[in-house]
Ligand binder design. Structure first.
Ligand code: GAP
Length: 515
């Protein structure tokens, strides 16, 4: 665990050192849980967004996009239930004066039981070698059974308390499990209280009669309130989807793990409107489609899992998370929810508008049901970074830090170096860039020895480097170096585009999921 913490710390500092992510307003010592993306970060982030957008809007004829405003009519949030129920249960430790989410403290406790079980399994696996039978061991080992039984009992109690919104019981669980504050080490806990996560601000001056509005805590509502506009103007037929990428804001009580939980973040959401009664079929289809999108990045199927929700929102009839194996455990990156017709019905009620679909096949009108896929851009960014960060020992005894980013997501695709700053090599290198920059992102570097330049490019995940040398001036060939294998080969300048373009394009990823 400590080792994993170290790796995570290194990833965070790597993000800053190489222009991926900076603390917001860094010169003022930052602002809690708010971050800025630097010159390389913004490119990677844009590539992630493009991959998502194109997988939705290009690959599905029945999905269109919108870009709704962040500010919305305040009644939106009353109708959606956010004013009354978008709360987290918080608890304070009286000694450290630190505030925590009660549910997160309990989830961490559940993870501790899982860790204990994993440790027993690892010990036994080492002891028994090939003869180890995990299923049998789980069913018979006394210590594993004891941890599992405690975990299951806690899980059941926790799910029940969350479903019943029973704050006293949440506190009692924390006391019974003897959970201590990580800072003070004490169990001096306050009551558990609900805390609304929406940020408020005002529009208009006070003289004009200012009114309170919210910064949207999810982009989804911008889609629901535009359902009729899009359906009518796009002449959309069920089933159809509306996709959107945009900022969302939540006043998170516990901001931690870098860009995992932020107060200002970005979401990529798609609401898929379907005929009532078909929603669970679509839910299962979207689960598979979204998992395929993640796995096309090549990070290994074993690093993903579905986590079905214990606590279903009152309007949902199915919900699952796609979790990714981060250095701090399996964590939610995306949510897939079957939201019934709750949102459209609520907006119809509060706006007084009829929000329905006329089905030309059955000649009836009804309120569509909705399957939602909702993924955080920043969390996706973090998962990509965590998986790609790699420290390698090289055969010559040196080491390197390399970001093994999927080439299609890499901020810079090709770096071009003149071997020396003379003999026309810089001009030749610039000529190559001038030609290729229309097709993908290129970077010119002439400072330092070639080895150092390679290391800098490895650290930002640039998949290809080209060196212009004396031979180039004679026969128009260059050395092309591959980031991962570090192999170099001589290729003709005229062939560079053909070799690189397809591998670094978003299309290469899209092809993997379009089957
Ligand atoms: N419209 C549904 C919705 O917003 P959610 O599970 O609350 O569902 C969806 O959020 C996704 O948004 C999460 O899976 C996560 O990737 C991202 N997300 C939510 N809160 C976040 C936060 N505070 N910081 C970064 N990403 C967040």
């Amino acid at each position: 665990m400590a080792q994993q913490d170290d790796v995570f710390k290194k990833i965070v500092s790597h993000c800053k050192e190489y222009g991926f992510v900076f603390p917001s307003s860094d010169i003022y010592d930052g602002l809690g849980a708010v971050y800025d993306y630097g010159q390389n970060g913004v490119e990677l982030k844009n590539n992630i967004k493009q991959y998502w957008w194109q997988s939705m809007v290009l690959l599905h004829e029945n999905i269109v996009g919108i870009d709704a405003a962040i500010f919305m009519h305040p009644t939106t949030w009353k109708a959606s239930g956010h004013v009354d129920a978008f709360n987290d249960p918080l608890i304070d430790n009286r000694d450290s004066k630190k505030r925590y989410r009660a549910d997160v403290l309990i989830e961490d406790q559940l993870a501790k039981y899982d860790d204990k079980i994993q440790k027993e399994l690892e010990k036994a696996r080492k002891r028994f070698g090939d003869a180890f039978d995990e299923e049998q061991f789980r069913a018979t080992n006394a210590r594993v059974l004891e941890h599992q039984q405690k975990r299951d009992a806690l899980h059941e109690r926790f799910a029940k308390a969350m479903n019943a919104n029973d704050l006293e019981e949440l506190r009692q669980i924390i006391l019974d499990e003897e959970i201590v504050c990580p800072i003070s080490g004490t169990r001096n806990w306050t009551e558990v209280r609900q805390f609304n996560l929406m940020f408020k601000t005002e529009v208009g001056s006070t003289a004009d009669g200012a009114s309170t509005i919210f910064l949207r805590p999810e982009t989804a509502q911008g889609i629901f309130v535009n359902y009729l506009n899009v359906q009518k103007t796009g002449r959309m037929k069920l089933p159809f989807g509306i996709a959107q990428i945009g900022k969302a804001f939540r006043n998170e009580i516990v901001a931690r793990q870098f860009i995992f939980r932020m107060r200002e973040f970005e979401q990529m959401e798609m609401q898929f409107f379907v005929k009532p009664g078909t929603e669970l079929e679509w839910f299962s289809k979207w689960k598979q489609t979204r998992m395929a999108w993640h796995q096309a990045l090549g990070f290994g199927a074993e690093n993903y899992r579905f986590h079905d929700h214990d606590k279903l929102a009152h309007y949902a009839n199915a919900a699952t998370d796609i979790e990714f194996h981060m250095p701090f455990g399996f964590k939610e990156v995306e949510g897939i929810h079957s939201r019934t017709n709750f949102d459209l019905t609520q907006h119809a009620k509060y706006s007084g508008k009829k929000i329905e679909y006329f089905d030309p096949e059955t000649n009836e009108s009804y309120t569509p049901y909705v399957i939602e896929t909702s993924i955080g851009v920043d969390r996706m960014f973090l998962s990509v970074m965590c998986h790609s960060y790699c420290e390698e020992q090289l055969p010559n005894g040196e080491s390197r830090v390399v970001l093994k980013l999927p080439a299609a997501l890499a901020p810079v695709k090709l770096a071009v170096f003149p071997l020396t700053k003379k003999d026309g090599m810089p001009e030749k290198a610039q000529e190559i860039i001038k030609d290729l920059r229309f097709h993908f992102n290129c970077k010119y570097e002439e400072k330092d020895q070639i080895g150092k330049r390679y290391r800098r490019m490895d650290a930002i995940g640039c998949p290809y480097c080209v060196t212009v040398d004396q031979q180039t001036m004679e026969d128009n060939t260059v050395t092309l170096r591959d980031r991962d294998t570090m192999e170099q080969r001589r290729v003709n300048i005229a062939d560079l585009r053909g070799i690189i373009e397809d591998n670094v394009s978003i299309t290469s990823l899209l092809r993997r999921i379009d089957n």
